[in-house]
Design a protein around this ligand. Structure first.
Ligand SMILES: NC(=O)c1ccc[n+]([C@@H]2O[C@H](COP(=O)([O-])OP(=O)(O)OC[C@H]3O[C@@H](n4cnc5c(N)ncnc54)[C@H](OP(=O)(O)O)[C@@H]3O)[C@@H](O)[C@H]2O)c1
Length: 274
C-alpha cells in the first residue's frame, strides 16, 4: 500500500481506504483491509455503520484513522456538537481523526458550523476537519470562517465515469494542499459489473468498459484494481471503495503500489472523457 499526506498534516493516509455506505460485511472485511494497510475507514452518521466500524476496530483503534461525517441537516452549532458526541459513542472512540461535513447546507451560516468544528478541535474531540461535496467557493467560505484550523480534505464523487472534478475542485485542492478523497471510485459497482441490472442501466455502464477490460487484461490486474489505480495513483487523491467481502477487499487493497503505463492511462482517459 502506498500512502499520501493528509492535507499538510504530516499524517499519512493510504491510497486505498475503506468505505462503509451500505456496508453489511461484519468486522472481517474491514479488519482484513486494515491488516493490508488500508487503515482509513470512512463512515457517516447517515450510513448507520458507525457502530459496525466501532466493532471492527476494537483492540486496533490506534492503527486506524477513523473518518466520519455530520449530516448536512445537523450543521447548527449545538446540533453539530451533539452529532459528534453520538458518533464518538457509536464508534467507541474518544476522538474522531477526520470529521467531515457530509454536504453543504446553504440554509445554515457556514460560520456557525465552522465555529462548532473549531470547538471540537480545540476540545480534543476531533483531530482534523474535512468537507464533502463542497465546490471551490464552498471550500473557500468554510476555510475563511475557520481561520485557525485547516480544512484537510474534500470527499467528492470521482471515478472514471465521473471526472467533472478535474475541471475545478481537484486543481484547487492540489494548489491548497487539500486531500481529495474519491468516493464511489468503482461508480457503485457499475465499473466492475457488480451493480444490479437497473443500476447498471441507470449509470450507463456499458460505454467504455471494453477499454477498461482490455487494460485489465494487459496489466494482469482486475477491472476493479485498474479503476481504483487510475483514481488513487494521482497526486493528492485517495480512493475509498466499499466491499462487504474479504476477497474483494484484498483485491482493492492490491490496487495501490504499481503504475499504469502512460499509454494505458491515456487510453482510459479517452474511453472515459471528462
Ligand atoms: N461523501 C459522500 O457523499 C459519499 C457518497 C457515496 C459514497 N461515499 C463513500 O464512498 C464509499 C465508496 O463508494 P460506494 O460505496 O458508493 O461505491 P463503490 O465503492 O464505488 O462501489 C461499491 C460496489 O462495488 C462492489 N465492489 C467493491 N469492490 C469490488 C471488487 N474488487 N470487484 C468487484 N466489485 C467490487 C461492491 O460490492 P460488494 O460490497 O458486494 O463487494 C459494491 O457493490 C462509500 O462506502 C462511502 O464511504 C461517500
Amino acid at each position: 500500500m502506498q500512502y499520501q499526506e493528509l492535507g499538510k498534516t504530516g499524517v499519512l493516509v493510504p491510497e486505498i481506504g475503506l468505505g462503509t455506505w451500505r456496508y453489511t460485511g461484519g468486522p472481517e472485511p474491514l479488519r482484513r483491509g486494515i491488516e493490508l494497510g488500508a487503515n482509513l475507514i470512512d463512515t457517516a452518521e447517515m450510513y448507520r455503520t458507525e457502530d459496525a466500524v466501532g466493532e471492527a476496530i476494537v483492540g486496533i483503534r490506534d492503527e486506524v484513522l477513523v473518518a466520519t461525517k455530520v449530516l448536512g441537516s445537523n450543521l447548527r452549532y449545538d446540533d453539530l456538537l451533539r452529532a459528534a458526541d453520538r458518533s464518538l459513542k457509536l464508534l467507541r472512540v474518544d476522538k474522531i481523526d477526520l470529521y467531515q461535513i457530509h454536504w453543504p447546507n446553504p440554509r445554515i451560516p457556514i460560520a456557525e458550523t465552522m465555529r462548532a468544528m473549531d470547538r471540537l478541535v480545540s476540545g480534543g474531540l476531533v483531530d482534523h476537519v474535512g468537507v464533502s461535496n463542497f465546490s471551490v467557493g464552498e471550500m473557500q467560505a468554510a476555510q475563511a470562517a475557520m481561520p485557525n484550523v485547516p480544512i484537510v480534505s474534500n470527499q467528492i464523487l470521482y471515478n472514471l465515469r465521473r471526472r467533472g472534478a478535474e475541471r475545478d475542485v481537484i486543481p484547487y485542492c492540489r494548489r491548497h494542499g487539500i486531500t481529495v478523497i474519491a468516493y464511489s471510485p468503482l461508480h457503485e459497482g457499475a465499473l466492475t459489473g457488480s451493480a444490479s441490472g437497473r443500476l447498471r442501466r441507470a449509470l450507463g455502464m456499458n460505454r467504455g468498459n471494453e477499454t477498461l477490460e482490455k487494460v485489465a487484461r494487459q496489466t494482469g490486474y482486475s477491472v476493479a484494481q485498474v479503476a481504483l489505480n487510475w483514481v488513487s495513483d494521482q497526486a493528492g487523491i485517495i480512493a475509498i471503495p466499499k466491499s462487504n467481502s474479504v476477497q474483494r477487499t484484498e483485491d482493492n487493497c492490491a490496487a495501490s503500489g504499481w503504475h499504469l503505463t502512460p499509454e494505458q492511462r491515456q487510453s482510459l482517459d479517452q474511453a472515459f472523457p471528462v
